[in-house]
Design a protein around this ligand. Sequence first.
Ligand SMILES: C[C@@H](O)C(=O)SC[C@H](NC(=O)CC[C@H](N)C(=O)O)C(=O)NCC(=O)O
Ligand code: NI
Length: 140
Amino acid sequence: MKYLHTMIRVHDLDAALTFFCDGLGLREMRRKENPAGKFTLVFLAADESPDAEIELTYNWGSDEDYGSARNFGHLAFRVDDIYATCAHLAAMGVVINRPPRDGHMAFVRSPDLISVELLQKGDPLPPAEPWASMPNSGSW
Ligand SMILES: C[C@@H](O)C(=O)SC[C@H](NC(=O)CC[C@H](N)C(=O)O)C(=O)NCC(=O)O
Ligand code: NI
């Protein structure tokens, strides 16, 4: 058996692509438009794990509240420099809900409030400001 993807429903496809592609660096692998079903599927992957995809499902014009079930935890990514990644996301206006105070782990949320865990590749980075003294913001 092979793991293929995790599907998440999004309300604003452009905002979700800005977060996952411009923010996290994932690449759009392919997309499927379904006019009959009035939805679009966009498959994304990180460069080091091209087979492990995220499937963004956009239901055209839907204002359905998809909720935020606590049984789904988070998507996790390994990053080369957690401080640089968090600084880049913060510059885009993304809230760093759990700052990388320990140089190892951080949490943010996508525009659809999907929790995303960022883990530093290799050993934790040395403590550095502003992260070392940055408080948590909200939940993740
Ligand atoms: C391509 C394959 O990976 C799919 O996941 S297609 C599954 C299919 N998706 C849809 O119909 C998308 C639109 C639908 N309105 C929705 O929001 O899911 C499907 O069966 N979805 C149902 C589901 O529970 O995933
Ligand atoms: Ni799917």
